[in-house]
Write a protein that binds this ligand. Structure first.
Ligand SMILES: [Zn+2]
Length: 101
């Protein structure tokens, strides 16, 4: 019974390690390998640097969670709430095409 619990926990580490490295942009199979090492592999997975594709993935997650990032005003270059019609800094009217209306 104890052995079964150990195996289940071992498997959970494998899943967790796979999730961690997949989020960092690595192929999930590497996470499974690390997960098989138990908590040591999970630690290694957490310490691995995030790849470029991992950063893009996290940026995408951020957009899904918080909405699109702010856009820059085409006139003054300051940050404007994405989708707003005019710039709060210079009152420049922003149309969907980005031209002055
Ligand atoms: Zn502006």
């Amino acid at each position: 019974m104890i052995l079964l619990i150990i195996l289940v926990i071992w498997g959970l580490f494998g899943l967790l390690g796979g999730k961690v490295v997949a989020r960092k942009g690595y192929e999930p199979k590497y996470g499974v390998i690390l997960g098989l090492l138990g908590w040591v592999g999970l630690l290694v997975a957490l310490l691995l640097p995030t790849t470029q594709s991992g950063r893009e993935l996290q940026a995408l997650d951020y957009e899904i969670a918080h909405g699109p990032k702010r856009a820059n005003c085409p006139n003054c270059g300051k940050q404007v709430e994405f989708g707003s019609n005019d710039c709060p800094h210079c009152q420049y009217v922003i149309t969907p095409t980005g031209h002055r209306s």
